[in-house]
Design a protein around this ligand. Structure first.
Ligand SMILES: [Fe+2]
Length: 327
């Protein structure tokens, strides 16, 4: 009989029976090389093909130096004062939760009902998350606030088209931007464990705006190859979750050796297929991380809708749960 496999469930260790779940979980597993220089991917067609093939196989890659540190610092020159000013709204009463730029949701009052309503609201929505995601401030549609100021890194068509090309080469289907978010994680000491964001063909592209040099900063983490998990592995996770009363989309059963943690410098971009297992690591107290998140989804003709600003089709399920406090 095979020895047990150790699986991490948050901070708690649980032991489940070892099994071949269809991902060739053998001790000789060597993680693929998933780091690329962004400039080389852009300039060298062979490097672009290599990055696309790696994304197809591994489900996540990182493009180092997608923006220079000086470009990112210029963007932060707009973003950080905005977040500092926004602190006035964290515990504000319902009369004062809006200005000409944003509508605010906080623990005192939520005027919008659900993720779909936030996405479609004509104004950018600033969401102070509470409960299990306490510490996360999530700004929807940041490009509507920062682009007019000439900030770099928000809705830059030259950069976003490179990501789209990689995705289309890797998965042979068409992708469009669904939404952009700006996350401020400030001392988020509890985060959700490994999970998937549904089963749709979707990527999230995480641009670090602050250096994420250690686990204490709350880096993004991914279990490589799990986006190609077999039906058997997915069914095993469903049964396991149901038996413990967990959410259906938790994904605790996978080989821990497949996990990578994305440390990086500001300006690095992670491309991640969200139907593979992922999470953000919990931060240590007083650690602060800012990430720009660009969500891209497969265009499905029957389901595509036009976004309120006419900028891009929305391929999102309005009933889906909001993203947890990962990158
Ligand atoms: Fe997620």
């Amino acid at each position: 009989m095979a020895p047990p496999t150790r699986v991490t469930k948050g901070l708690e260790k649980v032991v489940v029976p070892a099994a071949n779940f269809g991902l060739n979980f053998v001790s000789s597993y060597h993680p693929p090389q998933i780091e690329f220089r962004a400039a080389r991917v852009k300039e060298d067609p062979a490097e672009l093909e290599k990055a696309a093939e790696t994304l197809k196989q591994a489900g996540a890659i990182v493009l180092r130096g997608f923006y220079s540190t000086s470009q990112i610092d210029r963007l932060r020159g707009s973003v950080e004062p905005f977040f500092e000013e926004a602190e006035q709204w964290r515990n504000a009463d319902p009369k004062h939760l809006e200005d000409q730029r944003v509508l605010v949701q906080n623990g005192v009052r939520k005027t919008l009902n659900g993720y779909g309503s936030i996405l479609k609201h004509p104004k950018p929505v600033l969401n102070f998350r509470i409960d299990e995601d306490a510490g996360l401030v999530d700004l929807f549609h940041p490009e509507r606030i920062f682009e007019p100021q000439g900030a770099i890194g928000v809705a830059d068509p030259n950069k976003e088209s490179l990501v789209q090309t990689l995705l289309e080469r890797a998965f042979s289907c068409h992708f469009k931007t669904s939404v952009r978010n700006l996350y401020l994680n400030d001392s988020v000491v509890r985060t959700r464990g490994f999970h998937i964001d549904g089963l749709d063909m979707k990527s999230k592209n995480f641009l670090y705006l602050t250096d994420v040099g250690s686990d204490e900063d709350g880096p993004y983490s991914y279990a490589l190859g799990t986006h190609r998990a077999s039906k058997r592995l997915r069914a095993a996770n469903l049964r396991y979750n149901a038996s413990l009363g967990r959410r259906w989309d938790d994904f605790p059963l996978h080989a821990s050796r497949r996990r990578v943690v994305f440390h990086g410098e500001r300006g690095d971009l992670i491309i991640s297929m969200q139907f593979g297992a992922h999470r953000g690591l919990p931060q240590h107290w007083n650690r602060r991380r800012i990430v720009l998140v660009h969500t891209v989804a497969e265009v499905k003709k029957a389901r595509a809708e036009v976004a309120p600003d006419g900028a891009a089709p929305l391929a999102v399920n309005p009933q889906q749960d909001p993203p947890s406090a990962h990158a």
